[in-house]
Design a protein around this ligand. Structure first.
Ligand code: FEO
Ligand code: CA
Ligand code: CA
Length: 692
């Protein structure tokens, strides 16, 4: 590789590649693109200006709105909202404690070295808590809500925040110097007034130095997941560092490929001619805990880890284009052949799966369960259907991609854990078509059925699964506005789909009704007969997000929702054991919404339906992941991901944030420590249920 520099790496680059998504079936015409660009410019300029005003200039109006919200009738939640805003710290609702439980670099084992940010090593990171915590799950030990296994995904790494001495920032041009000043002073020509006008200040350019093998090793060890025993005593949670089941999973951990695509020729590489043994898991975003107590990790933006060029005319060319491979966000391919397409052209087919981990056995080999399809898996939350089959809801996080569910062939045996351990290897993967009449159809992706035949390039179920997106295209699935987390609610038989945004949408459809959907929305599905395994159901939009006070935005929160209570960009969510919906966000910012990301409580029932309240908010630059309630609802674990990643649009900072000049040093606020992604345990002062 000759490229010697890489630009600063942001979650938005990885999660929402520039351009109109990768789904060719939704490609707009050039006329539509031009029309959309003009309308988008006008719309965004207007809406952002109005948003900024409403969030910063009218405290009286905000207070009035808060007062109104306090009288919300029928709400499932009773807490005093946090004020929306932006600063360097996190904030939780009054009467609650937010305890930082695990920070990047904290020990996962009793023998782990102390975190030393100036002397990081792969060996140390393999024994420490990884970077960018996303999914958080709790597996109770003997049914306890105060003792269990915490499972946490480490989605990706932010090199500019992690490593000292690797960022160069070019200085902005002096706005007082005109471009032709020298010429004018020399008297060679008379400069016009326009030529002497101040130059536009250049945006500071942030450049990250290329990785060496040692840094790449730390990055790979900071990915993956953590399994760690935790316990609550005297009100405080602590990691049990000598827990026998503690484990780090990384981008190098040996994994087994199982299910219909295992061993297929398209899964074979020079290093693994069996097509069944893969090293590592990457970009594990959300995930799930199965009814039998295993941890499932969803591989999301795997395309970003590949570099190089496929051999000319290679059979996987179209497949990789549909997934954006190679993304070129990391340089691991310079040190590991498997991430270089020229050397291992089949390797990308071995990522983009759901990985299952047995948390009871730290020596167990994680399994890539191919039956659940290959795409940019956001998460994998599950529920047991009335007949005992288990249903997993799956989002493919890309503009214009799809919502899926997987229904196991076998049934869950609550009395025999071992009997459930291979349930994920056989079943039916479905993709959703949301019809304008309010019906949803789940379309089976089964080889030989409908268009999924050899004539269309699918010679087996392995082909259908390796190219899940193309199979779903043929089935006529509904292109969505970036499907993120999806949660079933056993209390009311419904399913909540987070659709985070899609500013490239030029053509609306019924389930994605906003052109240039900057703030996202939530779709609610009611499966027929309350049966999560049903192949038909109905749907409606629970809420269109954004600032309800700006008519152009088209937000549909209830009128009881306060100026603090609305949000944009829903991402993760949880349904707690009382059937209440909690939504966490990724993308709120000073410029976009005048607030940081956070955790919002969202009413779904009765008169309060569509009312949202802010419970917790993150520091500048972070996104909010989790939440994960304990069964007794006395603790919510949340994950603060990539804090300090940004600050240009925050008036108190106003410049790029990187290791030596951070917009926040949360949670330590120690000049010797960088900002650290962390899992936080939220509890109620004096004990009791979270959220009232
Ligand atoms: Fe990693 Fe779709 O969020
Ligand atoms: Ca996410
Ligand atoms: Ca996200």
């Amino acid at each position: 590789m000759t490229e010697q520099t890489s630009q600063i790496f942001r979650t938005s680059q990885l999660e929402a590649a520039d351009g109109p998504g990768l789904n060719p079936t939704e490609t707009p015409t050039m006329g539509e693109i031009i029309a959309a660009r003009f309308s988008r410019r006008g719309f965004l300029k207007g809406s952002m200006a109005a948003t900024a005003i409403s969030a910063t200039v009218s405290p009286a109006a905000m207070l009035a709105a808060r007062g109104a919200a306090a009288q919300t009738g029928g709400s499932a939640f009773d807490f005093a909202e946090v004020a929306a805003g932006v600063d360097a710290d996190h904030h939780v609702a009054e009467g609650y404690d937010a305890q930082v439980l695990l920070r990047w670099g904290d020990p996962v084992f009793a023998d782990a070295p102390a975190f030393d940010p100036l002397n990081q090593s792969e060996a140390a990171q393999e024994r420490q808590f990884g970077y960018n915590n996303d999914f958080v799950g709790f597996v109770p030990i003997e049914g306890s809500s105060t003792h269990g296994m915490l499972v946490v995904n480490h989605e990706y790494t932010n090199e500019h925040l992690m490593f000292p001495g690797i960022v160069t920032v070019t200085q902005a041009a002096d706005p007082g110097v005109a471009p032709d000043e020298e010429t004018a002073e020399a008297g060679e020509e008379t400069a016009t007034e326009a030529e002497l006008a101040p130059a536009e200040p250049a945006e500071p350019e942030v450049v990250v130095a290329p990785a060496d093998a040692a840094r790449a090793g730390v990055e790979m060890a900071a990915h993956g997941g953590t399994v760690i025993e935790i316990r609550r005593e005297d009100g405080r949670w602590t990691p049990v560092l000598d827990g026998a089941r503690n484990r780090r999973i990384t981008a190098k951990t040996p994994m087994e490929v199982t299910g219909p695509a295992a061993g297929h020729a398209r899964m074979q590489t020079a290093a693994d001619p069996t097509g069944r043994e893969v090293l590592g898991t990457i970009n594990n975003c959300a995930g799930g805990v199965t009814p039998w107590g295993t941890y499932v990790m969803a591989e999301e933006n795997f395309h970003g880890y590949f570099m190089g060029t496929l051999p000319e005319g290679h059979a996987e060319t179209a497949n990789y284009e549909r997934y954006g491979v190679p993304g070129g966000s990391y340089e691991w391919g310079r040190f590991h052949d498997r991430f270089d397409l020229a050397k291992e052209p089949n390797e990308p087919n071995r990522f983009g799966w759901v990985v299952e981990v047995d948390v009871n056995d730290p020596a167990s080999t994680p399994r890539k369960r191919t039956a659940l399809g290959r795409f940019k898996h956001e998460g994998a939350e599950s529920i047991v259907a009335p007949d005992g089959r288990v249903v997993f809801y799956l989002g493919d996080d890309e503009r214009f991609d799809y919502v899926y569910k997987f229904v196991t062939e076998g049934t869950f045996d609550p009395e025999n854990r071992d009997a459930n351990m291979d349930l994920l290897d056989a079943g039916t993967l479905y993709v959703a078509r949301f019809d304008a009449d309010g019906n949803v159809a789940w379309l089976p992706l089964v080889h030989g059925e409908g268009p999924l035949t050899a004539e269309n390039g699918f010679d087996s179920q392995a082909d259908v699964l390796i190219e899940t997106r193309r199979a779903a295209d043929f089935m006529g699935a509904t292109p969505m506005d970036r499907p993120e987390d999806i949660e079933p609610n056993g209390a009311n038989g419904r399913v909540y789909v987070m659709l985070t945004n899609n500013t490239d949408r030029a053509q609306a459809n019924a389930a994605n009704p906003r052109i240039d959907n900057a703030f996202g929305h939530i779709v609610e599905i009611a499966e027929d007969g309350g049966d999560f395994a049903a192949t038909t159901g109905t749907w409606e939009i629970l809420v269109q997000c954004g600032d309800p006070s700006v008519a152009e935005v088209g937000a549909t929160f209830s009128t009881e929702t306060s100026a603090d209570g609305w949000f944009g960009m829903p991402d993760n969510c949880a349904v707690d054991s009382d059937g209440r919906l909690w939504v966490s966000t990724d993308g709120n910012s000073p410029a976009a919404t005048g607030r940081t990301d956070g955790l919002w409580a969202m009413d779904t029932e009765g008169a309060a339906r569509g009312t949202s309240k802010l419970f917790y908010r993150v520091p500048i630059g972070a996104e909010m992941c989790g939440p994960c309630p304990t069964p007794d609802l006395a603790t919510f674990f949340v994950a603060v991901q990539h804090p300090g990643d940004g600050g240009e649009d925050w008036e108190e900072f106003g410049r790029p944030s990187y290791y030596e000049d951070l917009s926040t040093r949360w949670p330590d606020f120690d000049e010797a420590m960088p900002v650290r992604p962390s899992v936080v345990a939220i509890t109620r002062q004096g004990g009791g249920r979270i959220g009232g």
